[in-house]
Design a protein around this ligand. Structure first.
Ligand SMILES: C[S@@+](CC[C@H](N)C(=O)[O-])C[C@H]1O[C@@H](n2cnc3c(N)ncnc32)[C@H](O)[C@@H]1O
Ligand SMILES: Nc1nc2[nH]cc(C(=O)O)c2c(=O)[nH]1
Ligand code: SF4
Ligand SMILES: [Mg+2]
Length: 210
């Protein structure tokens, strides 16, 4: 396949770079504890220095899979699907999500919001990043705002991002993993002061599941 043919298939969303796909329990946020089939797409240029999946960043390292085939595989395991990455919105999710909907799935997405939305999404977990801010229109569509707290400045950033979301959006603070001992006491104090927020803990990392 030529580079041009490959680029066209990606543009149309017929093929997607898939880093991994796996059946697990959602470890974070509003749906934590729920069985879900994760599809992790390759590629991200937002550049969070603390990213816990930096190996996803270069999309050329991940095999192209047919979107409909990924959907059929995932739906065999579970009807709750989490699209993640990497940055899944780098890609055209129309074909993947149309097939998943045809197969009766509910589709969640984990996204920085730094790329335009595509596809049919039932639950949007928006996790804004200073190095690649969300595009304006996703804020009002976000089901859940999940702010990663690396240092004290991130509390102010969280409130700035909160101000742009809709009133129904559920609000989470999640410590950056390596800073959890230092930051969760501060997150606790913040939430007691601002009870509209909830804490999110990466439970899968404690359960040693993917
Ligand atoms: C790996 S990202 C992939 C999806 C998308 N690129 C995003 O950032 O939302 C999935 C989730 O993990 C969070 N995350 C990434 N690295 C983390 C870390 N070191 N500690 C805590 N959360 C992290 C992100 O903020 C996001 O909510
Ligand atoms: N179990 C589990 N839950 C998750 N929630 C968000 C994840 C992600 O990397 O997008 C993730 C993940 O990687 N594993
Ligand atoms: S946007 Fe998500 S995948 Fe990209 S670097 Fe940041 S945390 Fe990692
Ligand atoms: Mg993860």
């Amino acid at each position: 396949m030529t580079k041009e043919q490959e680029d066209l298939l990606l543009k149309e969303g017929k093929m997607l770079p898939v880093m991994e796909h796996f059946y697990t329990i959602q470890g974070e946020g509003f749906h934590a504890g729920k069985a879900a089939y994760f599809i992790r797409l390759g590629g991200c240029d937002v550049g969070c220095h603390w990213c816990d999946v930096k190996e996803s960043w270069d999309p050329t390292l991940h095999p192209l899979m047919e979107a409909e085939t990924i959907a059929e595989t995932a739906a065999k395991y579970c009807k709750t699907i989490v699209l993640t990455g990497g940055e899944p919105l780098m890609w055209n999710l129309e074909i993947l999500t149309s097939k998943l909907k045809e197969l009766g799935c509910t589709i969640h997405i984990e996204t920085s919001g730094a790329y335009p939305m595509s596809g049919h999404l039932d639950w949007i977990t928006l996790s804004p990043k200073k190095t690649g801010l969300p595009l304006e229109d996703i804020y009002q569509k976000a089901s859940e705002l999940k702010m990663i707290i690396f240092n004290n400045n991130d509390f102010k950033f969280a409130q700035e991002q909160q101000a742009k979301t809709n009133d129904q959006c559920v609000l989470y603070l999640q410590s950056e993993w390596s800073k959890r001992d230092a930051m969760y006491p501060k997150i606790t104090d913040f939430i007691l002061e601002h009870p509209e927020w909830r804490s999110s803990i990466q439970t899968h990392k404690y359960l040693n599941i993917p």
